[in-house]
Design a binder for this molecule. Structure first.
Ligand code: TRP
Length: 445
């Protein structure tokens, strides 16, 4: 019996907390609003929601199922499931590439998390309190142009992540998430309320929910789909690794719907907090990665108690980032542990590689952009595609039926159908569409 089998999460609830901790992070609060701004709003949001529903949710169920059935790190889970089903050892590559993708994501994720940490202190020192919007914009610009500053905060965040992973994931995370996630939720609600009163709420909502498909490029569709994977932590085995600790009897379907609903809700709230401020302060929605770091301080700078609320908010964002970043490193560490390494050196080796990559992405903006684009829009969807194909075509239907705990019925049938046909075909269509293949064909006829 392998080690993981003897340690399962205390309950389905603990798993929900850990998986939600992984899913909810900078992807929701930082990335979703800014890519929505860059890609024109409403139509982009709609494609993103459709991808969550038709691709993200089915793939998440598949990942948890594979992790629970394989009871190990993603590489060994894929290997043993494939062996039992008479399949090829090559499926292990899915886990291996996922492990590398996790490190690559960490190489820019920890830089942005470092910005959030810096903002805890910037808020606490009152440096933007009462400042006009232009000055707040300049603050962010200053941080971006200081490699030294970014280096310090990125290193601190990397160290925090490594310490948690080194101590072992099952301890502590559930507890932290249980308290902090509801707090973050309440906070975002308050911010949405603030924006509704003080921002241009109508313009913000129009921007986010008016669907104008003429503004949607093939690349925007790819980004929307890639973000569905990114925000749910799918396609690289993070959720599979957590699935190895999923209690044997619990049903996966309901759990996944809960996680996806929380994750999507938080992203939409973050957008609804920011865009009204964008329009009320004559900022541009498509300003890029600085969106959160410019709009929210404007709110904090004007509200009473803003120094306190601002610091607390950025602390919550940093902790949400931490509960996500540990799941980027964990699959690799679990794999090394299984190969006979000890946890602490494994963590510091993998964390060190990610940290070095982060230093490179601080120095070279192109590295930062390439890592983000390549992982979210290419590697995660391909990983998700392979996991969907593996579970729905390679594993025997009976094994899948037993392992999902869904006991047949319409819910199982719908999921199985989405996973077999809709998710793979959808992913392929989006890839081809982004290459401009359809407009090329259209021009031909
Ligand atoms: N989902 C996290 C976020 O939205 C980021 C993340 C954590 C992630 N683990 C992952 C993304 C694994 C892809 C794969 O911030």
């Amino acid at each position: 019996m392998n080690q993981a089998a003897s340690i399962t999460w205390k309950s389905r609830w603990t798993f929900i907390l850990a998986a939600t901790g992984s899913a909810v992070g900078l992807g929701n609060i930082w990335k979703f609003p800014y890519i929505t701004g860059e890609n024109g709003g409403g139509a982009f949001v709609l494609v993103y929601l459709a991808c969550i529903l038709c691709i993200g949710i089915p793939v998440m169920i598949a990942e948890i199922m594979a992790g629970r059935a394989g009871r190990s790190n993603p590489i060994h889970s894929m290997l043993s499931l494939s062996r039992d089903a008479g399949g090829s050892r090559a499926w292990g590559v899915v886990g291996a590439v996922g492990m590398v993708a996790g490190l690559m994501i960490m190489m820019f994720y920890s830089v942005v998390a470092g910005w959030a940490l810096e903002y805890v202190f910037q808020s606490a020192s009152g440096s933007y309190s009462g400042a006009p919007a232009e000055e707040i914009e300049a603050h962010f610009g200053n941080l971006l142009s200081s490699d030294g500053q970014q280096f310090i905060w990125h290193s601190l965040f990397s160290l925090l992540t490594a310490s948690v992973v080194a101590a072992g994931v099952t301890r502590g995370i559930g507890k932290a998430v249980e308290i902090l996630m509801p707090l973050l939720l309440i906070f975002l609600l308050l911010l949405v309320g603030y924006s509704a009163i003080n921002g241009n709420f109508k313009a913000g909502l129009h921007f986010m929910f008016d669907t104008d498909f003429s503004r949607l490029s093939g690349n925007a569709v790819l980004i929307a789909m890639g973000h569905a994977f990114f925000t749910l932590s799918l396609g690289m085995g993070a959720i599979m690794a957590y699935g190895a600790y999923f209690p044997g009897h619990a049903s996966i379907g309901k759990t996944v719907l809960t996680i996806a609903a929380l994750d999507t809700g938080i992203a939409l709230m973050a957008g609804m907090a920011m865009f009204p401020l964008v329009f009320a302060n004559d900022l541009t929605p498509g300003q890029g990665p600085g969106l959160m770091f410019v709009t929210l301080p404007i709110a904090f700078s004007n509200m009473s108690g803003g120094v306190f609320f601002g610091s607390l908010f950025f602390a919550l964002v940093s902790i949400a980032a931490l509960s996500s970043s540990i799941s980027l490193i964990e699959p690799g560490v679990a794999w090394m542990e299984k190969r006979g390494w000890r946890r602490v050196p494994s963590t510091f080796l993998l964390g060190g590689i990610a940290w070095a990559g982060g230093v490179a992405s601080i120095h070279y903006g192109a590295v930062f952009d390439a890592l983000d684009y390549l992982t979210a829009n290419i590697m995660l969807p391909i990983g998700g595609l392979l996991i969907a194909l593996f579970v729905s075509w390679r594993l025997p239907r009976k094994v899948v039926l037993d392992e999902t705990g869904m006991k047949g019925g319409p819910a199982f049938a719908a999921w199985y159908w989405l996973l077999r046909y809709i998710a793979p075909i959808g992913i392929l269509i989006v890839f081809l569409h982004s290459l401009g293949l359809f407009s090329a064909l259209g021009a031909l006829f």
